[in-house]
Design a protein around this ligand. Structure first.
Ligand code: AMP
Length: 303
């Protein structure tokens, strides 16, 4: 196993998305797809998940074309791929989930190939916390665990989520999820409370307003990249988490300064994702594009 590899787990999905200006049906999505593609810019990336017999060969090709190791992607030919339908309204400020079908993720028992079990960096992308726990239990003493989740799981799987948070080196949430989980309106206090729940550090994302890090060594905040060509915000959070994990693995280090730079990478990757449907723009872009955006954020934040 390479010293600096990342194991990405999460949903691999087909999405139907409607934005105020456009719509797309049955496009590749899912937390693991976005996260693995974003991670692959920075470090060898292994993906674990499950898809159904309807999963297209071309989508397998899209993932492996970026060098993602998909030995851990199980194909259940008799089942259907995870399905999500969402609609953005009010000029992208709100998103409604119209339909979720977990399909092959129902009663999924993750099989992690022996060769992937000692991956040092583990990203538990957004999915049922009980399944995230099963994956983590199968890993051999990972060095660093990043945990992402969403409002649905905070509501319906609060207990297993809280148990899992105690095992997270970084917990990533957006602002409304942080308020919901911490039961507190002030986001700064939310960060402190979530660390008290057992996460070693916490990142709270605020969409177009950037992200904040709460860490034992201090507090850090970063704006978002100024996106002018917003097309579809889906996957921004997953891309942020994937690039964060990949950057840290590539750097081979987990300290406060590295996490800050990893947030820069995450912010840049997320800004690319939102400029197209699905992962198309992320797939087309090279590391140079990500780094140019990182540099731009550095420039606009220097005083
Ligand atoms: P994000 O915009 O970062 O929240 O991620 C959106 C992606 O997450 C879409 O591609 C969906 O397929 C996927 N997704 C939506 N709901 C869930 C869920 N409950 N569990 C796992 N993945 C989901």
């Amino acid at each position: 196993m390479e010293e600096n590899s990342v194991l990405v787990f999460g949903s691999v999905a087909y999405d139907c998305i409607e934005t105020p200006f456009d719509k797309a049906d049955y496009i590749l999505g899912g937390s693991a797809s976005y996260a693995a593609l974003a991670s692959s810019f920075f470090a060898p990336t292994k993906m674990v998940g499950v898809v159904g017999g309807d999963f297209k060969q071309d989508d397998i090709r899209r993932l492996s074309a970026r060098g993602i190791d998909i030995r851990g992607l199980e194909i259940k030919s008799e089942g259907q791929t995870f399905f999500w339908r969402g609609k953005y309204c009010n000029n992208f400020n709100e998103r409604d989930t119209l339909e979720v079908r977990v399909n092959v993720y129902e009663n999924y028992d993750p099989k992690i190939p022996e060769a992937l079990r000692n991956c040092p960096f583990v990203l538990l992308g957004n999915i049922d916390p009980s399944v995230q726990t099963k994956v983590l239990d199968k890993m051999e003493s990972p060095r660093f665990v990043i945990l992402d989740t969403m409002n649905l799981w905070i509501e319906i799987a609060n207990k297993p989520l809280r148990e899992l948070i105690k095992r997270a080196d970084i917990l990533i949430l957006n602002d409304s999820e942080a308020r919901q989980l911490a039961n507190e309106n002030n986001l700064i206090l939310c960060g402190d409370l979530l660390r008290e729940m057992g996460a070693k550090s916490v990142i709270i994302k605020k969409g177009e307003h950037g992200a904040m890090l709460f860490h034992a060594d201090g507090f850090f905040t970063l704006p978002a990249y100024p996106v002018r060509a917003l097309h579809d915000p889906t996957g921004a959070g997953d891309s942020f988490a994937g690039a964060l994990a990949g950057y840290m693995a590539g750097a081979g280090s987990t300290d406060f300064e590295t996490i800050k730079r990893a947030m820069l990478a995450g912010t840049a990757a997320a800004s690319i994702t939102v400029e197209s449907f699905s992962c198309y723009k992320l797939e087309e872009s090279g590391l140079a594009e990500v780094e140019a955006r990182e540099e731009h954020i550095r420039k606009i934040t220097a005083v």
